[in-house]
Design a protein. Sequence first.
Length: 310
Amino acid sequence: MTIKKVAVLCGGDGREREVSLRSGEAVCKALNEAGEFEAVKIDLQALSEIDKVKGYDGAFIAMHGDWGEGGVLQAKLEELRIPYTGSGPKASALAMNKYEAQELFAKNNIRTPENLVWPVKLNEIVAELGQDIVVKPCSGGSTVGLTIIKGVNEEALTKAAKVASESYDSDVLIEKYIEGRELTCAVFEREGRAEALPIIEIKPHAGFYDYTNKYTAGATEYIVPAELDSEIANVISQMAVKAHEVLGCSGYSRSDFRLTPNGDAYILEVNTAPGMTATSLVPKAAKSIGISMPEFVTMIMKMASCDKNC
């Protein structure tokens, strides 16, 4: 079927609601500027409001975290036979669960940090992961609920696990902290082939790349393309594409990395519905190779599909 009327789905009821609303606003504006679709922003505050999508030819998913990104919304759109952007229910759910995704990466020889799932004893953590760790929700995004601990102790560990568990209805993942540069690489499918967009280096002016530094204009410096040795850049690009493929992602995704001083890249996670705000990374990567925001969201929308016969 021909897609003309597009519902830009955003909002939700989770910790990333405000960012999602901003993504939805930016996507809706860009789609309408492009002129090929009639786009309307729809704030879904609960999955029970899915009937708002009826009457539209397709949906652009600008949801972040929780049921909007983790496969539940995608499955509901499948039931309604409404084509939508991005990955299907299975890939979305798998990417959202960082532990399961990292297990899959390891099995496919994609280097990822060693990890454990809370609860686990302090001496086991130190033996397996060392003194420096990252504690975060197993599911979720925007670094909500994430704590970096240098020199772990019982008090800091317990507090960080509590913060992570209360941020999302999620298990708590404990990762080995990887010292190094913060990088991200978007993957975009064109003509049926997944390709990596230019890698971006992320350099917060203070602290680490937390929620505030992500979504406050001017708080972080973005270098695109990242200044990397061509061989290292190629390795990271290949890792991003492979991760996209082994998870079964569709359309586009964004993978986050740490690069050690020795040149070893570690993939942290894959985002199947990455941010699309004015400060978001995927639009920056696309713009760096001459693809404007209206062009980019139009290309994504044209790939909209569903597993059933829509």
